[in-house]
Design a binder for this molecule. Structure first.
Ligand code: FES
Length: 333
């Protein structure tokens, strides 16, 4: 065991990895979405965190999942997550839906893939379904900072629209938020085109929702704001064709070298050789395992790095991404 210590990616606040917290309140936002408020048993503060952050949550069945923090980032007494009951879940969301107030669960440090960009002339938040959660914390922060922002929130129907009352009635949101329910695909495109019409090259778009939806958002807003001003957060792993995968070499900045077979990930090979790599989802979503690339050309297969980060080629997710060059030199961060 090399016992290499890593610092958490973008960690902020006073939660430490593996903290026990108590479920202090539960609210049924919709028939399938529960809001859980989490607090420290000793009443000590948990925040603040950066808007758009997510945390690892380990429920009573031991299944670890990532959930976006959806409360005001400056609020320090509790952290809020919204859990959608997934019919095809492997038990993670179902277990969290069985929790009662007073139960104890384990959480990790807040980490950011999404974060508010400074200097934009307008911030456009575009959510679909449970994708509202990271964008809600960003809306709180944008309001606090006095930034110009809008939030367009698309849902299948009103009954399944989480936070509808809050968004429609709170003074900080009601003039900036548009709820869209029951739209056809064509009508969704019209909404997105109307948002794009209000933006400039200096505007920034943040979107979260199903992969297909975010693809439509990208298609419509990228010609206006450019690739680097579109920021996405995925809940799903990218679909990957592994049929042409080949072996390559990974060298760490320490000089240690490892052969990565065609059917193994960099992460799994490093772990088998006793290298301590920070990880969570192992699906290329959470950003925990992202490390620096010092030499070589990564083949990105994650859904956590931005288009700009991938184009720069100096970071990669070790759990899913591979190499276009025979060798990569990596610095674990
Ligand atoms: S462990 Fe989550 S992106 Fe690699």
């Amino acid at each position: 065991m090399l016992g290499r210590q890593r610092r958490p990616l973008h960690a902020l606040g006073v939660v430490v990895s593996g903290s026990k917290v108590v479920v202090s309140a539960i609210v049924s936002e919709t028939p399938s979405i529960r809001l859980l408020r989490l607090a420290r048993e000793d009443g000590a503060p948990l925040g603040p965190y950066r808007a758009g952050a997510h945390i690892d949550v380990t429920g009573p069945t031991g299944i670890l999942r990532q959930y976006s923090l959806c409360g005001p980032p400056a609020e320090t007494a509790t952290l809020a997550i919204a859990v959608k009951l997934e019919p095809e879940s492997r038990g993670g969301s179902a277990a969290l839906h069985r929790l009662c107030e007073g139960d104890i669960i384990e959480i990790g440090e807040p980490r950011n893939i999404l974060g508010i960009v400074s200097g934009a002339d307008r911030h456009a938040l575009i959510a679909a379904g449970i994708g509202i959660t990271p964008l809600l914390s960003m809306a709180y922060e944008l309001y606090s900072s006095g930034a110009d922002f809008t939030l367009d929130y698309i849902c299948r129907d009103r009954v399944e629209t989480a936070f509808a009352d809050l968004l429609e009635n709170r003074a900080e949101f009601r003039d900036r938020v548009r709820l869209h329910t029951g739209l056809s695909r064509d009508e969704q495109r019209e909404v997105l085109e109307s948002v794009a019409a209000t933006l400039t090259r200096d505007s920034v778009v943040y979107t979260c929702g199903p992969t297909g939806f975010m693809g439509t958002v990208a298609e419509i807003v990228t010609p206006v704001v450019g690739e680097t001003n579109l920021h996405t957060e995925y809940f799903e792993a990218a679909e990957i064709d592994i049929s042409g995968d080949t072996a390559f070499t990974v060298e760490l900045d320490t000089g240690e070298s490892f052969e990565i077979p065609a059917d193994r990930s960099i992460l799994s090979v490093l772990e088998d050789n006793g290298v301590d790599v920070f990880k969570s989802c192992e699906e290329g979503i959470c950003g925990s395992c992202v490390s620096n690339v010092l030499e070589g050309e990564p083949e990105h297969r994650d859904n956590c790095l931005s288009v700009a980060d991938k184009a720069a080629g100096n970071q990669m997710a070790l759990c899913v991404s591979r190499s276009k060059s025979p060798k990569l030199v990596i610095e674990l961060i």
